[in-house]
Design a protein around this ligand. Structure first.
Ligand code: XLS
Ligand code: NI
Ligand code: NI
Length: 435
């Protein structure tokens, strides 16, 4: 059965073609800096947005039907899987990501939900075998059901904690069975609305314990990939505990958890940061892992999860990815959905093509910046005072506080400090990108 009849197999036609159902910059097997583009970018389809979300918002019901002609719940979810693989095939997407509740219907009991999951996971496993598509990461949806209204690991109710642990255990097992490269923990409702009813210390301790228990279980059953926390500052709760990369790094250190980060563009902007700031923060803390590729709308204060098309952002992102040494277990998951008004199957194809081309172009541009070398050379030169004299002694960590004091006392006023040349560099960047 073909689900997306109006979508052909999308091919690379180059930048001079204006076929909207072709790639103009994404040429999967083209080798750049010694690696095919598909391995640099490791694109993933997000099951929830693509196969499930029907465009409902606070003011209206869905505008798209994602039942894929299924009549029973299980048939609907099997058809979603068939449709997902058809789409990945047609769009040259090598990976996918899911929440447990995206791939199989929730039953009336946990045991029933687990049985549904097992059946569909086997079904998906067969499709993976046939097509060579891979699981970038799995996760558990511990935020949708009313039982999670005060959080999962941070719920004041111990029964909810137990339920979440059981649910994550199962999601972990499915992820491992399907050869997942990663397992993501996004905080869901792990946060709070008001301190008037909240024991923050207890909630954080419990959250860390939930992560420890479930990730230890993952290792025990043979998971070799990376565990990620996905930072987000707010929405759904006012104060999400995983506010941003720096907050999460502090949390991981406090509780001794060996996790990496899954950085989402729109979450970075909600936290008041740039995407590249969050990526760099992860990298300098040894926690660069994976990316949820999307973009927000700076005029709106919520997680709009739009497909990324801003090439400036994708360029600066890919520059960070290349500088961090590229992805190992991570990749670019399109945690993005078409707008409510873009409700046809073709819109899904246009959206993925736009996002994939924007990142392919970003990769090409980032390579240009690196090969040009002037930006890197500028930054290196800016810190040259640490290469000799007192600076070298600081770099070597051999200097004493007395020597530094003596140096400051005897040198007189510091020589005019060089300009940071921001505008010059911004113009240089444009010159490199558009030359
Ligand atoms: C929500 C998050 C979510 C995670 C996976 O804002 O981005 O989609 O990526 O649970
Ligand atoms: Ni996300
Ligand atoms: Ni998000």
């Amino acid at each position: 059965m073909e689900f997306f009849k109006s979508i052909p197999t999308v091919k690379y036609e180059g930048k001079d073609s204006w076929n909207p159902l072709a790639f103009h910059y994404y040429n999967p097997n083209e080798v750049i800096l010694g690696k095919p583009m598909r391995e640099h970018l490791r694109f993933a389809l997000s099951w929830w947005h693509t196969m499930c979300a029907e465009g409902a918002d606070m003011f209206g019901r869905g505008t798209a039907d994602k039942s894929f002609n299924g009549k029973t719940p299980m048939e609907i979810y099997k058809n979603k899987a068939l449709a997902a693989f058809e789409l990945m095939e047609k769009l040259s997407i090598d990976y996918f990501c899911f929440h447990d509740r995206d791939i199989a219907p929730e039953g009336t009991t946990l045991a029933e939900s687990n049985a549904n999951l097992d059946e569909i996971a086997d079904f998906i496993g067969d499709l993976m075998q046939k097509t060579g598509k891979k699981l970038l990461w799995g996760t558990a949806n511990c935020f949708n059901h009313p039982r999670f209204m005060h959080g999962a690991g941070t719920s004041p109710e111990a029964d909810v904690f137990a339920y979440a642990a059981a649910q994550i255990k199962k999601a972990m097992e499915i992820t491992v069975k399907l050869g997942g490269n990663g397992y993501v923990y996004w905080g869901g409702r792990e946060g709070y609305e008001t301190l008037l009813n909240t024991d923050m210390g207890k909630e954080l301790d419990n959250l860390a314990y939930l992560l420890k228990l479930t990730s230890d279980h993952g290792r025990l059953i043979g998971f070799k990939g990376d565990f990620y926390i996905e930072p987000k500052p707010k929405e759904p709760t006012k104060h999400q505990y995983d506010f941003d990369a720096a907050t999460v790094v502090g949390f991981l250190r406090k509780y001794g958890l060996d996790f990496k980060l899954n950085i989402e563009a729109n979450h970075a902007t909600l936290a008041g940061h740039t995407f590249e700031h969050e990526l760099r923060t992860a990298a300098v803390n040894g926690a660069f892992g994976s990316i949820d590729a999307n973009q927000g709308d700076l005029q709106l204060g919520w997680d709009t999860d739009q497909f990324p098309t801003n090439v400036y952002d994708t360029t600066l992102c890919m520059l960070e990815v290349l500088r961090a040494g590229g992805f190992t277990n991570g990749g670019l998951n399109f945690d993005a959905k078409t707008r409510r008004g873009s409700n046809t199957p073709e819109d899904i194809a246009y959206a993925y093509i736009a996002g994939m081309d924007a990142f392919a172009l970003g990769l090409r541009m980032a390579v240009k910046v690196i090969e040009d070398g002037r930006l890197d050379a500028f930054v290196k030169a800016r810190y040259a005072s640490y290469d000799s004299g007192i600076g070298k002694r600081i770099s070597d960590r051999t200097v004493t506080i007395e020597e530094l004091e003596q140096h400051a006392l005897t040198q007189g006023e510091v020589a005019p400090v060089p300009s940071g040349r921001q505008e010059y560099l911004e113009n240089l960047l444009n010159g490199i990108l558009f030359s």
